[in-house]
Ligand binder design. Structure first.
Ligand code: EPZ
Length: 441
């Protein structure tokens, strides 16, 4: 793994002093991007195994670590609760403490939603956890009722004050038969990990099936956990002892959202864009949309190539869905794509009620988008976009703004780059390599 894929707080500071904006000179719809662009490790994979280290007796070595701010933020929380976090040349090594501090720091935990995943292993191993409402991207209400209810079914007791939720299970958790009303990603990861150290059998029904959950579970199984059914809606876990990594390395899977976003950029502006280090199977739903919209691509097991189109793309209506359906995290980049295709496309965001607000800015750039309600917009295309001064509202919409800036006429500024840096490693440097005129300022 290249050295730039390791992270440090010093680098974080260096990056923020380099500037919190991206300036992009648009291509006015030309297809000139060319070359290879490599996909980093997935933020939503690494954050979960970092929490999962709390289930281990020994140290865990993680490789293919993306250099992103959320990893820095979670590392800081883990250090505060007593974990050791060490940077090494090809990744990071984490070791859980014998006794942890089980009150999560308010400021740290509010920075990212993934902090909620710590609750499962902390409660199950150390008998209690107190935490503030987890933060993260402002894309909707993002409640935690499924977590609380599930912990109660496993024998946890719950109290709440003005700042923290507290769960206790001084004698440990026990297995339970849990039904999730929604297939929540972080709840599946959290309860699956809690169940690994609980007494008896836990069944999670209507579990989420994302590839990151599967990668996490496969590693836990390799290190001694008894988990069955991962990748299906019913997961069964038989609880046991602390796990042992015994020097088995955790390899973070390629970021499917980054791969999908690069593919959309390639479809919009590519002469020939070759996306490497990815797993096209993980974006099968996007490739199906491409097939129906007329986007030509070639794929093998680890790469995807997009070429200049021979004819205009066709409109297509999409709805976001839990994996393997079309990911909500790709909804904003895809909506940018739909502004450039012929005809009307309906976008139905089924998961988060705040995740279409960014379309106001795309309308300012010249797109024809009508919002019916917080979950549905109609996009009419094709419309030429004009460069504007924009502020990234969150991580995924932030990258969509960069894509909009690349296809637009004139110059765009995307402010609040810190949101984009949360999940995309040195995005401007990688985009420059395929010919995007983008600088950090
Ligand atoms: C994960 O969030 C991801 N985050 C999100 O990525 C992603 O958008 C989302 O899954 C959906 O794929 C991480 O993995 C850290 P959910 P999560 O619980 O787990 C409702 C990004 O940009 N719900 O699967 O928080 C919830 O409101 C981020 O990287 C409850 O009602 O999402 C939503 O409607 C943004 N009660 C639905 O479930 C609960 O207790 C699914 O959300 C929990 C969730």
């Amino acid at each position: 793994m290249p050295l730039e894929n390791t992270y440090s707080e010093e680098k974080d500071v260096a990056r923020s002093t380099q500037g919190d904006s991206f300036i992009i000179k648009g291509l006015s719809g030309e297809h000139t991007l060319e070359g290879d662009i490599s996909v980093s490790g997935a933020k939503n994979d690494i954050l979960k195994i970092m929490a999962g280290v709390l289930l281990f007796e020994d140290a865990v070595h993680i490789e293919n670590v993306p250099d992103v701010l959320d990893v820095v933020a979670l590392s800081a929380i883990l250090e505060e609760i007593g974990m050791s976090v060490e940077n090494i040349e090809n990744g990071i090594v984490l070791k859980a403490p014998k006794q942890a501090h089980t009150v999560l720091p308010k400021d740290g935990a509010k920075k990212l939603r993934a902090s909620v995943v710590l609750t499962g292993p902390l409660l199950s191993r150390y008998g209690s956890v107190s935490f503030p409402h987890p933060g993260g991207c402002v894309i909707g209400a993002r409640p935690i009722d499924i977590f609380i209810h599930s912990f109660e079914l496993m024998g946890g007791t719950y109290t709440q004050d003005d700042t923290h939720y507290t769960l206790s299970a001084p004698n440990g958790l026990h297995g339970a038969d849990i039904f999730f009303p929604l297939a929540s990603v972080t709840a599946t990861e959290t309860l699956m990990m809690a169940a690994v150290l609980a007494r008896g059998t836990t069944i999670i029904r209507n579990a989420a099936m994302e590839p990151e959950i599967q990668n996490l579970a496969q590693y836990l199984i390799a290190c001694g956990a008894n988990i069955q059914g991962v990748g299906t809606p019913t997961i069964t876990i038989v609880g046991g002892e602390l796990l042992h990594a015994r020097e088995k390395t955790y390899t973070v899977i390629p970021d499917r959202i980054e791969a999908g976003s690069f593919a959309i950029l390639g479809a919009l502006s590519g002469k020939q864009v070759h996306i490497t280090n990815c797993n096209p199977l993980h974006i099968r739903s996007l490739l199906d949309i491409f097939d129906r919209a007329g986007v030509a691509y070639e794929q093998d097991e680890t790469s995807l190539t997009l070429r200049e189109p021979r004819e205009p793309y066709r409109s297509i209506s999409v709805r976001t869905h839990e994996y393997p359906g079309f990911s909500t995290d790709l909804q904003a980049p895809l909506t940018i794509f739909l502004t450039q295709v012929q005809g009307e496309s309906l976008v139905f965001e089924t998961l988060f009620e705040g995740r279409l607000r960014y379309t106001d800015d795309i309308v300012r750039m010249g797109a024809d988008i009508t919002m019916f309600d917080p979950h549905r917009v109609l996009v009419r295309g094709p419309k030429k976009l004009i460069g504007k001064d924009l502020e990234a509202p969150d991580l995924r919409a932030g990258l969509a703004y960069i894509i909009a800036g690349v296809i637009a006429q004139g110059t765009s500024t995307v402010r609040a780059a810190r949101y984009i840096d949360r999940g995309y490693s040195h995005i401007e440097k990688r985009l420059q390599k395929i010919g995007v005129d983008i600088v950090r300022a």
